[in-house]
Design a protein around this ligand. Sequence first.
Ligand code: CA
Length: 233
Amino acid sequence: MNKPLILVVEDDAPVRNLITTTLKTNDYRYLVASNGETAILEAASHNPDIVLLDLGLPDMDGVQVIKNIRSWSNLPIIVISARSEDSDKIEALDEGADDYLTKPFSVEELLARLRVTQRRLAFMNADRLAASSVFVNGRLRVDYSSGYASLDGRELHLTPIEYKLLCLLSRHVGKVLTHTFLTQNIWGRSWENDTASLRVFMATLRKKLESEPDSPQYIQTHIGVGYRMMKIE
Ligand code: CA
């Protein structure tokens, strides 16, 4: 299994160093951000497994970061708050944070929180896989076991790469998938010209999937970042 990737959002350098040192010595990979804007960018472009988020950030309230991430992803967020920020912590959980740590916290506490979150994530993924050999989203239906995709009950005639793209997007519905993630999953590598090919295949897939390609209902473009399949209510 790959080492989990943790995004550490903390403006206080000593605390940040304590966290990253702990992560490094316990077999995690990590990214760091010292303000909200960088945190949102890093989260969107690297799809970390877990976000550790300090609520008191220099440029914006940590709750704003949660709201932003929750608008496109369910990735687990563990909030780090000082005792004086108790009401913020509640607001953070209401906005979709998964768990919290109160400063000062011990290294053991941090590791325990991460383990709990990882376990929950593993259960959720196992459930989803077991329950989801058929994906339905609005008029779109993908049967992964038979490799059959249809729109309004009519078969979608897709090339193998278009089908692969559709599967990747649907399996991560609601989540922004970066160009690198997509090209690596399709071609096993990520070169600059792969991103150009990706754009071409995405355009042909959209033509088959979207009734109005100019105002796409299913696949949203995040310029410079990637694509996401929208969940249709
Ligand atoms: Ca802080």
